[in-house]
Every structure is written in structure tokens, then in C-alpha cells.
Write a protein that binds this ligand. Structure first.
Ligand SMILES: C[S@@+](CC[C@H](N)C(=O)[O-])C[C@H]1O[C@@H](n2cnc3c(N)ncnc32)[C@H](O)[C@@H]1O
Length: 266
């Protein structure tokens, strides 16, 4: 029987996280910078749910003044040590106060926004973004698309097994996804075994399943105009985004990308 670990194997082990999800060409940061440039965002960027700081540091390297924020102290410590440049702060995206009008853009990548599970948490996130942004500021987010699960069960039908090697140890994960339709949540159970490890580690994660029109409605209700809302190309689509590609017009595939502007009048 697998035990439930108090720590998150990946987000509390940032080096392992980077090994599991290598991003050598910083595609997510490059896609973000493309969005920021196309919509003429100012220099001050908040990367909320910044993780190991890789994207924040890349945005810093191209001239942005970046603050990276995350809930995980382990992630923040790793980011400060390995991806210097941005200022890194502890914050909970389900309600944060990092000043009023301090940022020209808030970016929230790789489904971090979906850690807002309830409508109240989504409202708190968007209210916090609204407070943090200067009038006319941008919100750029990239996440799983809840609408993908309408009529499709391919991700739910059977556990997915994956293996990777890190520092000489072989890590195997068996991942099971289930949908809680009432709460609109995607629940993931992942059991890890490490070849020289003592016992399996079971970890559970939960994401909100947000639908494109629901997101559009929430953004509008919080004073944002939606500039782009589409399923790709993006940093985690297949084929992935590359320089020069413009946003699509559909929201059918498994990733959702949104760029929204806070109303210039507050
Ligand atoms: C999938 S990782 C994405 C990290 C980074 N944005 C990237 O694209 O590599 C999700 C991150 O969200 C953070 N996170 C989870 N819940 C959060 C919360 N309530 N507030 C802030 N960060 C949170 C985790 O610690 C983790 O670093």
C-alpha cells in the first residue's frame, strides 16, 4: 500500500521538478514575452506560481522587471539560488496583496491558475490581479482546458506510466486522472516508485476544470477585456508555438491560453 507523503515530491524538490520537466529553450517564457510585446505591456511583470523561477529569470533576461511569487518555500529558495534576477516572494494566488498598481502584467503559467478550485478562490485571484495591475495591465495565463474533457475520455481511461532517471535513480510514476463533475475538478493520483527507494509515495493533486466561456465571463466580471482565448499554438501544445505564429481561434484542444487587459479606467 502506498503511503501519502506530506511533501510534494516535485514542488518540494525543485531540482527533481526541473529534471522531470526540462525546459532548455524556455519556450513558455518566450511565448509569454511574445504575448507581452504584441500587446505592448510595460516592463513590470508578476509571475505568480513561478515554480523554480526559470520563466521569471528568462523574462528578466530580456529586460522585464520581474517578481516571481509562489506558495512553495522550496521552490522560492531554488529560484533565488539558481535563477537570479527577479525578486522572489511568497504569495498565495488564491488571494494576494503585492501592492496596488505595481505591475504592468501578471503571468500565470502551466495551469497554476487552476489551483483556484472554487469560484470564491477564482474571484479572489482575479480581484488580487486587478489590485496588483496598473490600469490597462495584462493578464497572460496558460493552462489545461476543461472543455477538452467534453466527449473525450482518453486521459481518463487508463493509468499513464512514465519513467525517468535522475542522479542515477530510476523514478517510475503511475498516474490516474478522475473528474469530479459536481465540483468541476480534475483529481490526479500519482504513485511514485524509486528503484532504490524504501516504499511507493502516493501524491494527490487537484485542478479546477475551467471552460473557455466560463473564463471569459469571470474575466469580464472582474473588469478585464479578453484579447485572446484559444487552444494554441502555445508552449505546451503539439505542435508547440514558435516565433511568428499567431494565436488560433478555437478552444477545443487540451490547453487554454488567455490574454486579457484590465480596463484602463478603474
Ligand atoms: C506546475 S507548477 C508551474 C511552475 C511554473 N509556472 C512553470 O511553468 O514551470 C505550479 C506551481 O504553482 C505553485 N502553487 C501551487 N498552489 C499555489 C498557490 N495557491 N499559490 C501560489 N503558487 C501555488 C506550486 O508550488 C508550483 O510551483
Amino acid at each position: 500500500m502506498a503511503s501519502t507523503a506530506a511533501l510534494n515530491l516535485l514542488t518540494d524538490h525543485p531540482a527533481l521538478y526541473e529534471a522531470r520537466f526540462p525546459a532548455p529553450d524556455r519556450l513558455a517564457a518566450r511565448w509569454t514575452e511574445d504575448c507581452l510585446r504584441r500587446h505592448r505591456a510595460g516592463a513590470r511583470v508578476l509571475d505568480i506560481g513561478c515554480g523554480t523561477g526559470r520563466d521569471a529569470a528568462r523574462l528578466h533576461a530580456v529586460g522585464r522587471r520581474v517578481t516571481g511569487a509562489d506558495l512553495s518555500e522550496a521552490m522560492l529558495a531554488h529560484a533565488r539560488a539558481h535563477h537570479p534576477g527577479p525578486v522572489y516572494v511568497h504569495a498565495d494566488l488564491r488571494g494576494f496583496d503585492l501592492g496596488r498598481g505595481e505591475f504592468d502584467a501578471v503571468v500565470c503559467l502551466d495551469s497554476s491558475l487552476l489551483y483556484c478550485h472554487t469560484n470564491a478562490q477564482l474571484d479572489a485571484f482575479l480581484s488580487s490581479c486587478r489590485q496588483a495591475l496598473a490600469p490597462g495591465g495584462l493578464l497572460v495565463a496558460e493552462m489545461r482546458n476543461g472543455a477538452y474533457f467534453l466527449g473525450r475520455t482518453d486521459l481518463l481511461d487508463a493509468p499513464a506510466v512514465d519513467t525517468f532517471t535522475w542522479q542515477g535513480s530510476v523514478y517510475r510514476s503511475t498516474t490516474t486522472l478522475t473528474v469530479d463533475r459536481t465540483a468541476q475538478l480534475l483529481r490526479r493520483t500519482r504513485v511514485w516508485t524509486v528503484d532504490d527507494g524504501p516504499e511507493p509515495v502516493e501524491q494527490r493533486s487537484v485542478w479546477r476544470l475551467l471552460f473557455p466561456q466560463e473564463l471569459r465571463h469571470l474575466l469580464g466580471a472582474h473588469g478585464f477585456d479578453v484579447l485572446e482565448l484559444h487552444d494554441g499554438p502555445g508552449p505546451r501544445t503539439e505542435p508547440p508555438w514558435r516565433e511568428g505564429l499567431l494565436p488560433g481561434a478555437t478552444a477545443d484542444a487540451d490547453r487554454l491560453h488567455v490574454v486579457a487587459r484590465l480596463s484602463p479606467a478603474r
